[in-house]
Ligand binder design. Structure first.
Ligand code: PMP
Length: 355
C-alpha cells in the first residue's frame, strides 16, 4: 500500500517502521496472546511497556530522579490547565506567561481561571517575531512559554531568560533537538506530533516544584500520578505502547541530535523555496520554526490549485490553519528528508509554471 508524505500538523505521520511493528504485534503483543490495547494496565506485560517508555523518555531527555515523568490524558490543553493547579499553592499567587502565538495565548487564558497571570511579553497581533524582553515579576512561580508555535510557525532558538522556573509547551517540537532538561521546571508535549497518536500528553516536572492544590482534579494531580505510575486512573494504554515504539525508533535513529540535523535540512529545503519569491512566509527568519512552516501563494485560486496538485502527487495535509489561512508544511521527526525534498521540488515546479 502506498503511504503519502503526510505534512499534517498533528495528528500526523508516524515512522513507517513504527507502524509496521505495531501492525505485526497488533493481535498478539510479543507472544502474550492479546493486543497491547487489550491487556490490563496493571499486568506484567503492560508494566514492561510503561517502564520501557518511561526509561527511554528519561534517557532521551536527560531527566533524572529529580524529575517526574508522567503520561496523562487531556492533551496539551489539559496540560496547560494542570500546570497552575500543580505549581502554585493557591489562586492568589502569580505566574508569568509569554505570548508568542495562538497556543501560548490560549494557555495564558486558561491559566487565568486558576491563578493570577502576568503577561511577561506579547509579540503582538500577527506573531511573526519573538519578543525582545521578558518581564517576569519577582514573585512569579514560573514563566510559561511555547517553544514552538504550531500555527504561527515561530520557534524559540533558545529558552527565554527567566529567574523563575521555565514551563515549556513543547508539543510541536519535542525531541527535535537536544534538550537541557535542567533549564526547565516543567516540559509538556501532546503526543500527536513527535511522539505518537493523539490521546496522551507527556509531562516532565521537577519534583520539588510539584504542589497540587486540594481542588486539583485527581487525574491531573502530579504528586498522586507520580506515586501511582500515571495510573491513578486507567491510562491510555495503546498510546503509551505507541509512544514506546516511537521512542525506540528515535533512539535507533540517533536521538534528538540526529533529529536536529534532519530538521535543519528539511526546513532549509522548504524555506529556500519560500525565499525564492513566488511564495510568502510568515515568521521572521531569526525565529522561523523548523517544524511548522506557514506559507502563502499570491491568491486563493492558486492556493487551491497548489493543494489539489500536492494531494494528487502524494502530499497530504498542506492546507493552512484557519487562523492564518494559506498553506502550512509540518516537518516533524517522522518526515523523512526525502519528503521535504519532494515538497520543495513540487513548490519550485509550481512557481515556475504559475509564477
Ligand atoms: N500547544 C501546541 C503548541 C499545540 O500545537 C497544540 C495542538 N496543536 C496544543 C497546545 C493543544 O493540544 P491538544 O489539542 O492536544 O489539547
Amino acid at each position: 500500500m502506498n503511504r503519502a508524505y503526510n505534512f499534517s500538523p498533528g495528528p500526523c505521520g508516524l515512522p513507517d517502521a513504527v507502524m509496521e511493528r505495531a501492525r505485526d504485534e497488533f493481535l498478539s503483543y510479543r507472544g502474550c496472546g492479546a493486543s497491547a490495547m487489550e491487556i490490563s494496565h496493571r499486568g506484567a506485560a503492560f508494566m514492561e511497556i510503561y517502564r520501557r517508555a518511561e526509561s527511554l523518555l528519561r534517557e532521551l531527555t536527560g531527566a533524572g530522579d529529580d524529575y517526574a515523568v508522567l503520561f496523562l490524558s487531556g492533551g496539551a490543553t489539559g496540560a496547560a490547565a494542570s500546570v497552575p493547579l500543580n505549581f502554585l499553592p493557591d489562586e492568589t499567587r502569580a505566574a508569568a506567561y509569554a505570548i508568542t502565538g495562538y497556543w501560548s495565548k490560549r494557555a495564558a487564558t486558561e491559566a487565568k481561571k486558576y491563578c493570577k497571570v502576568c503577561i511577561a511579553a506579547d509579540s503582538g497581533e500577527n506573531y511573526a517575531e519573538l519578543p525582545q524582553q521578558f518581564n517576569v515579576p519577582d514573585d512569579a512561580a514560573y514563566l510559561h512559554y511555547a517553544d514552538n508555535e504550531t500555527i504561527h510557525g515561530v520557534e524559540f532558538p533558545r529558552p527565554p531568560p527567566s529567574h523563575a522556573p521555565l514551563v515549556a509547551d513543547m508539543s510541536s517540537n519535542f525531541l527535535s533537538r537536544p534538550l537541557n532538561i535542567s533549564d526547565y521546571g516543567l516540559v509538556y508535549a501532546g503526543a500527536q506530533k513527535n511522539l505518537g497518536p493523539a490521546g496522551i500528553t507527556i509531562i516532565i516536572a521537577r519534583t520539588p516544584l510539584i504542589r497540587p492544590r486540594p481542588q486539583t482534579p485527581l487525574v491531573w494531580d502530579y504528586a498522586l500520578q507520580m506515586q501511582q505510575d500515571s495510573m491513578a486512573n486507567t491510562p491510555p494504554t495503546f498510546q503509551i505502547y505507541m509512544v514506546m515504539l516511537v521512542l525506540e525508533w528515535l533512539k535507533e535513529q540517533g536521538g534528538a541530535a540526529e533529529m536536529e540535523k534532519r530538521a535543519a535540512e528539511k526546513s532549509r529545503l522548504v524555506y529556500e523555496c519560500i525565499d525564492g519569491g513566488f511564495y510568502r512566509g510568515h515568521a521572521a527568519p531569526s525565529c522561523r520554526s523548523r517544524m511548522n512552516i506557514p506559507f502563502f501563494l499570491p491568491d486563493e485560486k492558486l492556493t487551491e490549485e497548489f493543494l489539489d496538485g500536492a494531494e494528487k502527487n502524494g502530499m497530504l495535509g498542506l492546507n493552512g490553519h484557519a487562523v492564518l489561512g494559506g498553506c502550512r508544511a509540518s516537518l516533524y521527526n517522522a518526515m523523512p528528508v526525502a519528503g521535504a525534498r519532494i515538497l520543495a521540488e513540487y513548490m519550485r515546479d509550481f512557481a515556475r509554471r504559475r509564477g
